[in-house]
Write a protein that binds this ligand. Structure first.
Ligand code: MGD
Ligand code: MGD
Ligand code: SF4
Ligand code: MO
Length: 682
């Protein structure tokens, strides 16, 4: 039997066709509208992931961290958790119970139920990891023109790829870029690394890591100096153009260029190509996330889109038309309780259902007990002991908890600090609606194609079980997950049944371009806010970098012993972050992590390919083999990402810092930090 569903083995959320025989997952392939399709090794090995011998099939419990886990019944696990919840409520407060979400369970409907559980329990602390992922960027887009835009890649004539590596991380988007390029679209890449698209780009700007803000402002300055902007769009729909002009007057483009390691002429050429080729879109990515200036950098890119009139047009950057699902998060119940993120007020307000993604604040609250202690934590679909910045600090925090409950398909490094692990099933064993399919007008169901393995359950169902155990059934009246999804779908007139009848997805409404002409933008002024009153009112730069350009490479108080810029390694096709290295077939494709180093640096350090090196910062160290190549420039090393699950010696986040953060999005830098490199003798 062939069934269509959504793959959620990574956040690309590809539509896939699955072959199921006698209830067993056999194989799957991506569905793509493009003639040149990309094969995904994770999907090819989905059966090896689903039926892995390491999959958790029953709940695991231990009352003390020094004991071994024992398999127990769901009832026993839930009773234990409910008892710990009661104790935490009695000894502390409901807000001392928090939930930390990684990305794997998705930010669509599964996130809604997780937040609802915390709200009904009385805690505002449902915390996601989006401050180091795209949510940080989403705030900046939203503050500029009301929503995070969607690049209309396939119809674009000029694609500016800024810190995104779609060839490895989002095959559908990569196919669209290739499709557009074959039809004559120009490609500009901004990346310190020679990626697949950098190699085939018309212009590649090899930016100094974490200096994208200065580069974006230099491009904006060129657009203004050379009158390359769309005067009509600016006059009618933008606020603060004059203020921008004024703030740029004193900027010297050669000074900006020097900061970014790029020649003035190359910056100007890129700005000219982008603004003269219409329509153009910008694909911004994780390369600017995980930077301590992600907010203002993204604001600058958003302003570049607006100046050139590329917003909400065919082939430009589309303002999405979200599917109007019912908001079930019950946040009104906890509105009066401050969250652990109280110092980041813009985060709380920017979106009705996104919620809070400042995971670093959770660690602060556990360690410093400010604004109050957090004592009990649920970790759903995440591996914070490895994926959060400054692992030592994170582990120190996890160790202090009275109780840690995990919801996961596998044991991972974070499990070392867990009392209970509830077995989650894979994406192919559960039904949900992912954010990728509600954030815009095309909706598609991730439908269950096989039954859950052993006693594992879907993430939403697990939330129902927990709610029941905590006496919160009143807030979770649904008999099944599908009933709950139907309740959320009510305002749309759609049902799960209808989505199943249309497994390839439904256009809820047709995309409407230039919506701003009749509706304005979803900002307080209804205009594109080049100048933001909201930021000015709270003493943040109302125009990006009006008060200068901080050096975003974490310098650990400027200690000169650390002179290389370390950046976070490639996301290889065969893994998702720390996942899947326990799948032998995938491991064969990529056995171990490397430190990429430029030939001239290798020569001066007397390093040959394969030599072991130690990389250190004041936070910690890693030891890996060197790989000499020009994928990175002199003075920069790229350190394998996601391997901390295999060995503490390979954990990139032992090196990173969690104290310097973006003042608006709470983002620490997992991307760029000064470090030391030493050759290890055999
Ligand atoms: N230095 C540095 N740090 C980084 C990054 C980086 O590039 N460099 N990347 C950052 C980014 S963008 C992100 S999103 C985070 C990722 O951080 P995490 O979300 O913590 O990353 P994963 O390693 O993917 O861990 C996911 C966990 O979820 C489990 N899982 C998988 N599917 C499911 C499911 O359906 N349900 C449940 N309950 N569990 C499931 C997996 O077994 C795994 O244990 O890391 C961030 N940290
Ligand atoms: N195979 C696979 N796919 C994935 C994931 C995975 O782990 N594995 N994770 C998923 C998740 S959660 C996310 S968030 C996405 C992320 O997907 P992407 O946004 O593509 O993220 P990355 O590949 O980490 O980084 C993008 C590019 O930024 C560049 N970069 C690094 N530092 C800088 C900088 O300072 N400036 C600029 N301009 N560029 C820089 C990197 O060299 C890289 O080419 O991928 C998703 N897809
Ligand atoms: S890229 Fe691969 S793993 Fe990620 S969603 Fe698509 S098919 Fe699944
Ligand atoms: Mo992410």
């Amino acid at each position: 039997m062939k069934l269509i569903t959504v793959c959620r083995l990574c956040s690309a959320c590809c539509p896939v066709e699955v072959e199921v025989v006698a209830g067993e997952f056999k194989s799957a392939r991506r569905i793509t509208p493009f003639e040149k399709s990309i094969v995904c090794p994770k999907l090819l090995n989905a059966n090896n992931i689903i039926y892995s011998k390491h999959r958790l099939r029953k709940p695991l419990l231990r009352k003390n961290l020094k004991d071994d886990f024992k398999e127990v019944s769901w009832q026993e696990a839930l009773d234990f958790i409910a008892d710990r919840v009661e104790k935490t409520k009695t000894n502390y407060a409901t807000q001392s119970i928090a939930l930390l979400r990684g990305m794997a369970a998705d930010w669509g409907t599964p996130w809604d139920y997780a937040v609802r559980l915390m709200s009904s329990l009385g805690s505002p602390n449902a915390i996601g990891n989006g401050s180091v992922c795209f949510v940080a960027r989403e705030i900046a887009h939203t503050y500029t023109y009301g929503a995070i835009t969607i690049p209309q890649i396939k119809d674009s004539k000029c694609i500016l790829i800024w810190g995104k590596n779609d060839r490895n991380t989002a095959p559908g988007a990569a196919e669209a870029i290739i499709h557009a390029k074959e039809r004559g679209a120009k490609i500009i890449v901004v990346d310190p690394v020679k990626t697949y698209f950098a190699e085939i780009a018309d212009i590649w700007l090899r930016v100094k890591p974490a200096h994208d803000g200065a580069l974006a402002m230099a491009m904006i300055k060129t657009v203004l100096d050379e009158c390359l902007y769309d005067r009509d769009f600016i006059d009618k729909h933008c606020l603060g153009f004059d203020a921008l002009e004024k703030s740029l007057a004193g900027l010297d483009i050669s000074d900006l260029a020097e900061r970014t390691w790029i020649k003035v002429e190359d910056i100007k050429n890129a700005a000219r190509l982008y603004s003269k080729t219409k329509p153009a879109c910008i694909i911004d990515g994780n390369g600017i996330d995980m930077q301590t200036q992600v907010f203002q950098t993204t604001r600058a890119l958003s302003i570049l889109r607006a100046l050139t009139g590329n917003i909400d047009i065919e082939g430009g950057d589309f303002i999405p038309q979200p599917i109007p699902l019912k908001n079930i998060q019950l946040k009104e119940k906890i509105a009066s309780i401050p969250s652990v993120m109280l110092d980041y007020s813009h985060f709380e307000k920017f979106h009705p259902t996104w919620g809070l993604h400042g995971q670093s604040c959770l660690i602060d609250a556990i360690i410093d007990e400010k604004p109050y202690p957090v004592k009990m934590l649920f970790v759903q679909s995440g591996n914070p002991a490895v994926t959060m910045m400054d692992s030592k600090r994170v582990r120190n925090a996890l160790e202090r908890l009275d109780c840690l409950v995990m919801i996961d398909m596998f044991k991972n490094k974070t499990s070392e600090y867990a009392h209970v692990i509830l077995p989650a099933c894979s994406c192919f064993e559960k039904t949900q609606i992912n954010r990728a399919y509600i954030r815009n007008c095309f909706i598609m169901l991730q439908q269950k194609v096989i039954e859950p393995l052993g006693e594992s359950k879907g993430d939403i169902e697990i939330i129902f079980e927990l709610a029941n155990a905590f006496g919160l059934k009143y807030y979770f009246p649904w008999e099944t997950v599908e009933d709950a999804l139907n309740f959320q779908l009510e305002p749309t007139g759609l049902t799960v049944e209808k989505l199943k009848e249309n497994p390839k997805g439904i256009w809820y409404e047709k995309p409407r371009f230039r919506k701003y002409e009749s509706e304005g933008f979803k900002t307080p002024s209804k205009k594109v806010e080049i100048f933001s009153e909201r930021l000015a009112d709270t003493d943040f730069d109302p125009i990006p970098f009006i008060n200068g350009f901080p050096d975003n490479v974490i310098s650990f108080s400027g200690d000169k012993a650390y002179k290389f810029i370390g950046i976070s390694g490639e996301r290889v096709n065969c893994y998702t972050h720390t996942q899947f290295r326990n799948v032998e077939e995938l491991r064969k494709m990529d056995r171990e992590p490397f430190v990429d180093i430029n030939p001239s640096d290798a020569q001066s350090l007397n390093l040959s390919n394969g030599d072991m090196v130690r990389i250190s910062t004041p936070r910690g160290k890693v030891e890996m083999k060197t790989r000499i190549s020009d994928v990175i420039s002199e003075g920069v090393i790229r350190i394998g990402w996601g391997w901390g699950e295999e060995s503490n010696n390979w954990n990139l986040n032992s090196l990173t810092d969690d104290f310097e953060r973006d003042p608006i999005t709470c983002t620490p830098s997992g991307r760029s930090f000064y470090c030391k490199i030493e050759k290890l003798e055999e």
